[in-house]
Ligand binder design. Structure first.
Ligand SMILES: C[S@@+](CC[C@H](N)C(=O)[O-])C[C@H]1O[C@@H](n2cnc3c(N)ncnc32)[C@H](O)[C@@H]1O
Length: 241
């Protein structure tokens, strides 16, 4: 643990309010109540992958941008301790209720984000981060990755999933056309063409060929990557050097 700026909440007039970038829908309790149905995320594959890569009952895992906590709840039985962090009070409220209902003692839920989370105790073994990093512009994304690197132990793993543009700028029309064509019609059941267009217009997904040097600059080595066939989602397994 560096004990330096990386582990202090960033303050000052230049620091954005993370809620301003969080996506207004993520702050809306009605949207949050319907979120799991819209997401249709099955965390079992990610849990299995992390167990295969060493996660066990002694491990501490930080789930950053945890949302409703689908992954946190699924991984908790296989972990020593899970820290679930998100900036949205609605998301955090939803997860706190789930944790209480299931009487899970090893999940610690905290309302904090990439720029404001303050880690206490030993460095964590794993950071899991799914579909949250794109909420920040690249300047802050790099700082967020450096802050995550500062709280992972050397040899620990960052498991990063996000909407990532795994294509060249001159392919944008073709790739987005294919992505939008695969969207669902019912917003309750998944992401519609409008949802995806809003994502492209207002959020900060990065080209893969920019994100990879950012990860390296933050102190990670990318071990392996998976890109979905539409080239708009990617998964990175990164070891903290
Ligand atoms: C698309 S959701 C993903 C939630 C969850 N990880 C999942 O896979 O279902 C994005 C989440 O990122 C959270 N978020 C947005 N900005 C954030 C920030 N700066 N720090 C931490 N979480 C943030 C939102 O509140 C929201 O819960």
């Amino acid at each position: 643990m560096s004990g330096g700026w990386e582990n202090e909440p960033l303050l000052g007039p230049h620091v954005p309010d993370e809620l301003g970038y969080a996506g207004p829908e993520h702050l809306d309790s009605d949207y949050v109540a319907a979120y799991n149905r819209k997401q249709k995320y099955d965390p079992s594959g990610d849990v299995e992958e992390l167990r295969r890569r060493g996660l066990d009952g002694t491990s501490t895992l930080l789930d950053m941008g945890c949302g409703t906590g689908t992954f946190s709840l699924a991984v908790a039985p296989y972990c020593g301790r899970v820290i679930s962090a998100d900036v949205s009070p609605a998301m955090i409220g939803h997860l706190v209720a789930q944790v209480a209902e299931r009487d899970l003692a090893n999940i610690h839920v905290v309302r904090a984000g990439f720029l404001s989370y303050r880690h206490e105790g030993d460095p964590v073994d794993f950071v899991f981060c799914r579909n949250a990093l794109h909420q920040l512009p690249d300047f802050w994304k790099t700082i967020a990755l450096i802050r995550l690197a500062a709280i992972i132990r050397t040899g620990g793993l960052l498991w990063l999933r996000d909407l990532v543009y795994a294509f060249e700028p001159n392919e944008v029309d073709q790739v987005l056309k294919g992505w939008f064509a695969a969207a669902v019609d019912d917003p309750a059941d998944g992401y519609t063409r409008d949802d995806l267009a809003i994502h492209v217009r207002t959020e900060f997904s990065t080209y893969g060929w920019l994100l990879e040097p950012m990860l390296a600059h933050a102190g990670f080595r990318v071990l392996d990557t998976e890109v979905d066939r539409r080239r708009t989602y990617a998964r990175y397994a990164c070891v903290k050097l």
